[in-house]
Design a protein around this ligand. Structure first.
Ligand code: FAD
Length: 295
């Protein structure tokens, strides 16, 4: 096993940045990557996130006020993982718009749609960062030769950063990136993952699972209908028993847990709970698993 390159420089405490949007990339009809100039050195680790306070946007003032009145609490800053890797010249976040479904949600989502559709190159925004322990430490990297990424929807953002960073810094580590989406059109980073695969060859495997695709599948290897299931994980983990696993996607929220408890029921498992159940059944040590729930 080869030694790891030194860890990227880490900012010791959370700082506030006045960022200017350099440009943006539309990833899917509901997802956009914002590339940011921070005006200060950005010392972060792959997998970390920033927070953005919705109160700073004059355009959202009325909706923030009315939501706070309805919810009887102050709107909290929202977290966004960095999709860039620390050695890239631009810091980037990738935001997926949460679409309002009144039959399923009590309030319209506040910030994500605004970031996807309303902000423009040259606009400034304040963010705080860098936060989070959803990172591949040098110690963990030294103890394995394989990282398994399990992501759903915008859960791929942090994992893309970890994937790019580790490919460059840990020459002994291979990656399997297993990604669940409803349809092929929903897949964020389709072209980035294709390019990474083409560049890094056998060090990366990308596996897509589409849970609600009714159209034809793209002519691309490893795209199939269905969910990420136990058998797929077993096959990968039997081949790579020392894997470190990074799971990111929707999980049962605290709100959903409380609501279910009040009714004496248990909330239906979402992506995070299902993946964790499979990993437990496969006896993957909890110390080898990192999780970030977006629910
Ligand atoms: C660590 C972390 C990293 C993340 N990284 C990313 C990322 O890289 N990209 C990304 O797109 N997202 C990411 N997220 C999710 C992101 O932080 C936001 O949750 C998401 O963008 C939705 O925010 P919103 O303001 O649009 O919706 P919100 O206003 O938060 O609403 C979301 C849903 O919650 C419901 N809701 C809101 N308030 C209440 C209430 N009081 N009671 C009941 N229901 C309520 C709404 O009806 C709606 O259905 C991350 C989350 C975490 C925790």
């Amino acid at each position: 096993m080869s030694a790891s390159a030194p860890t990227a420089r880490v900012t010791p405490s959370v700082s506030e940045f006045r960022a200017v949007i350099r440009d943006s990339v539309v990833n899917t009809p509901h997802t956009k990557t914002l590339r940011l100039d921070l005006g200060a050195p950005a010392g972060y680790r792959a997998g970390q996130y920033v927070t953005i306070d919705p109160h700073q946007f004059a355009e959202l003032r009325s909706i923030v006020g009315s939501l706070e009145q309805l919810k009887r609490r102050r709107e909290a800053p929202r977290a966004y993982s960095l999709s860039s890797a620390p050695d890239e010249p631009c810091v980037a976040i990738t935001v997926k718009e949460e679409v309002f479904d009144p039959s399923d949600a009590p309030f319209p989502p506040l910030l994500s749609g605004f970031l996807v559709h309303e902000v423009r190159a040259g606009d400034a925004l304040t963010l705080r960062g860098f936060v989070g322990t959803y990172t591949l430490t040098d110690e963990a990297a030294a103890e394995t030769d394989h990282v398994l990424h399990l992501c759903a929807g915008s859960g791929s953002v942090a994992n893309l950063s970890i994937l790019k960073d580790s490919l460059r810094r840990h020459s002994h580590i291979r990656h399997t990136f297993v990604y669940s989406n409803r349809t092929w059109q929903d897949v964020i980073f389709r072209s980035e993952l294709r390019a990474i695969r083409a560049y890094w060859g056998e060090r990366v495997q990308v596996i897509h699972r589409l849970t609600r695709e009714n159209g034809p599948l793209p002519g691309e290897a490893n795209v199939a209908r269905g969910r990420i299931d136990f058998d797929l994980l077993r096959t990968i983990l039997v081949a790579h028993p020392t894997s470190r696993v990074f799971v990111c996607g929707p999980g049962v929220s605290v709100r959903e847990r409380r609501a279910a408890a009040a009714q004496g029921t248990t909330p239906a498992p979402r992506f995070m709970e299902t993946m964790l159940g499979h990993l437990d059944a496969l006896a993957v040590p909890r110390a080898h698993i990192k999780m970030e729930a977006y629910g």
